[in-house]
Ligand binder design. Structure first.
Ligand SMILES: [Zn+2]
Length: 422
């Protein structure tokens, strides 16, 4: 909240300084209509406004790349052979930062792309339940996003923007303001001709396709704000030390290294939307409520169309009470439930995690490190999956290379968006 306020203040001051200059210089003496039109045309081209000129110039000279590595838990970097990234970490800055809660893809990418918390941008889940209508939706339309994207902001300042994502759902959610917007899941024919055949979403190759599209964009377009968002199928499927994961990250490392070597003036930011943990126990909260005679509905936060990844089981859930008077009782039940890490009232959750109060349930519940919530045959089942959503997956790596930033500039992954100074 305070940080948001601070950033807003900076933006306001900047606008004021620029508009002061504008008003000083935009006082043509009485002039003919033709002269006035000329002045207006110069102004439109930015000739009259030093601020605009400077910004436009900066926009042309900068090449900003943001890599949002889906599910890149810090342990994947620690345990992988990634020589290029190691060099960039050493020469730039590298740290572990907080991700946004709940630790799922849509929430965190929306936070980075809008440089704000869910309280402002409104994306609180992969999946949205509207208690007023009882309807449920995948949160994958840009209509849900309440704040402008970095792309929209950058376009206004003369940047050419590209959003390259593995998952189609992210493209639909965050594509406002993009000059180029494609997903590897559903690439247009012209991109298949350029990059190669479409790859399966359940493969490492889909991320390689995406990085080849990134290379193509660097070399063949004038894009200078490029956001690349991978998919986490490999992290859902393999632990950091597993060979397929090692090959996957080593290959991506080579592709990142090649891009930086070809474009050494690149400002590169890399972070993750969430971490990843092995989950061995699943709890069906709706069955727990039924047994306890509570009139409540547990809505999974992770739920999306990539069921193979996580079987719609994740470490967080929103609880909607049908009878509000059962709040204390339900909260106590959850807090005492084995496998529950934390349970917050709506108000507590809004305050603690900067969530949007109209888009979460009456209770926000988080699982222990090894626990996932989902729909099961029994109340509790043993499982063997890798998933996320809880506080235990809310620590992510952050790399900034080719920038003037300090480690202290970054506390959250979304600070990348806030520090860009477009
Ligand atoms: Zn993700």
């Amino acid at each position: 909240m305070n940080e948001d306020h601070h950033v807003n203040q900076i933006e306001k001051t900047e606008k004021r300084l620029c508009s002061n200059k504008k008003s000083n210089q935009m006082k043509p003496p009485r002039a003919s209509r033709r002269q006035l039109l000329k002045v207006a045309a110069s102004a439109a081209a930015g000739i009259m406004f030093p601020c605009l000129n400077l910004r436009a110039q900066q926009a042309k000279e900068r090449l900003i790349v943001i890599l949002s590595m889906d599910g890149l838990d810090p342990r994947y970097l620690e345990k992988s052979d990634v020589p290029n990234l190691r060099r960039l970490m050493k020469e730039g800055i590298f740290l572990t930062v907080k991700g946004v809660m709940p630790s799922v893809t849509n929430v965190n990418n929306a936070s980075i792309v809008t440089a704000s918390f869910p309280q402002s941008h409104g994306i609180t889940s992969n999946y949205y339940y509207d208690p007023k209508t009882g309807n449920e939706y995948y949160m994958e339309s840009s209509d849900f996003v309440l704040k402008p994207t970095l792309f929209e902001k950058a376009q206004k300042k003369g940047y050419r923007t590209a959003f390259l994502t593995a998952k189609e759902k992210l493209l639909r959610l965050l594509n406002k303001g993009t000059d180029i917007g494609i997903s590897a899941q559903n690439p247009p024919a012209e991109w298949i001709a350029r990059i190669g055949k479409k790859e399966s979403m359940y493969s490492a190759e889909v991320n390689y396709w995406l990085f080849r599209a990134f290379h193509w964009t660097l070399r063949n377009s004038d894009s200078n704000l490029i956001y690349v968002a991978t998919t986490d199928y490999m992290m859902h499927t393999y632990a950091p030390e597993d060979e397929p994961s090692q090959i996957h990250l080593h290959t991506l490392d080579e592709m990142i290294g090649r891009a930086v070597n070809e474009y050494p003036h690149m400002e590169l930011y890399m972070t993750a939307d969430h971490g990843m943990n092995a989950k061995t126990e699943a709890i069906d909260l709706n069955k727990v409520f039924k047994t306890a005679n509570m009139d409540a509905l547990a809505v999974p936060i992770i739920k999306d169309r990539h069921v193979v990844h996580h079987k719609n089981m994740g470490g967080a859930s929103y609880i909607y009470l049908k009878r509000k008077e059962q709040l204390d009782e339900t909260l106590s039940l959850l807090k005492a439930l084995k496998g529950v890490d934390k349970a917050y009232t709506k108000e507590e959750a809004v305050k603690q995690f900067h969530l949007h109060q109209e888009r979460i349930g009456d209770i926000f519940v988080l699982g222990d490190i090894h626990v996932a919530f989902g729909f099961l045959k029994e109340e509790r089942e043993e499982i063997s999956i890798r998933s996320h959503g809880s506080l235990f997956e809310a620590e992510v790596p952050l790399l900034a290379y080719g920038t003037k930033h300090k480690i202290s500039d970054f506390k959250y992954n979304l600070d990348i968006g806030r520090r860009l100074e477009l």
